[in-house]
Design a protein around this ligand. Structure first.
Ligand SMILES: Cc1cn([C@H]2C[C@H](O)[C@@H](COP(=O)(O)OP(=O)(O)OP(=O)(O)O)O2)c(=O)[nH]c1=O
Length: 205
């Protein structure tokens, strides 16, 4: 029997992205605190948090491959996570508009075998995103839609936020919260049999 695939995330975007692959999986959000000591680089930060999320859920499973992930925006050396409130979202968008920034997403896979961690993989990808100039009214209106409030950098490339994204350089799904090419490569390294699964895009999770 193949191990269960578990998505350790409460993010609806990650769930939709994984669902689009048609593989069966279950969802178990991790609820870990997203504070990391020291001064990690954006790449280190998303890898540490992805591993923290995956491990927290992995320890509740006997036989499984658990996926953890984390996304941050990096703007000229400053890390932007999710805004704490509407004012914070407005401030983030004011800083992002008119210049390019980088979106970092980390993925951790933790394989549990007989209740023990048997293998661990951690990696991340970076995508550059150019947000064009926004007027103050546009920023206020966009924040009033509430779309920015639960997203790193206070925008959603997959939603209304796409209006102001001029171009991206790199993986699209990495920006939305889970790089599917990277996930596929990592699952292959664990010999997870994606190709032998029957494809079922309508499967409910
Ligand atoms: C930049 C960007 C981020 N995001 C989202 C992806 C993530 O859900 C979120 C970053 O927050 P995260 O802390 O990475 O994830 P989360 O709290 O939503 O979910 P969990 O920790 O349970 O896995 O920002 C978009 O949906 N679109 C975008 O364009």
């Amino acid at each position: 029997m193949q191990p269960e695939l578990v998505l350790a995330s409460g993010s609806p975007r990650r769930r939709e992205l994984l669902r689009s692959l048609g593989v069966p999986f279950s969802v178990h959000p991790s609820w870990v605190t997203e504070d990391v000591p020291g001064n990690p680089s954006p790449g280190e930060l998303v890898e540490i948090l992805a591993a923290k999320k995956a491990l927290a859920v992995a320890h509740t499973r006997h036989q499984a491959v658990v996926i953890g992930s984390d996304t941050v925006v990096s703007l000229e050396g400053k890390i932007l996570g999710k805004p704490v409130d509407e004012e914070d979202a407005c401030r983030m968008l004011e800083r992002l508009q008119g210049r390019a920034h980088q979106v970092y997403t980390g993925i951790a896979l933790v394989e549990m075998d007989g209740g023990k961690v048997s293998r661990r993989l951690i990696d991340h990808r970076v995508t550059e995103v150019m947000v064009r100039n926004m007027t103050t009214d546009e920023i206020r209106w966009y924040v009033s839609t509430r779309e920015p409030l639960d997203k790193a950098g206070a925008y959603g490339l997959q939603g209304i936020g796409s209006i102001w994204v001029d171009w991206i350089d790199g993986c699209y799904t990495n920006v939305v919260g889970l790089s599917l090419p990277l996930l596929y490569d990592m699952l292959k390294q664990l010999d997870y049999p994606m190709m032998t699964r029957s494809f079922s895009p309508e499967r409910k999770v």
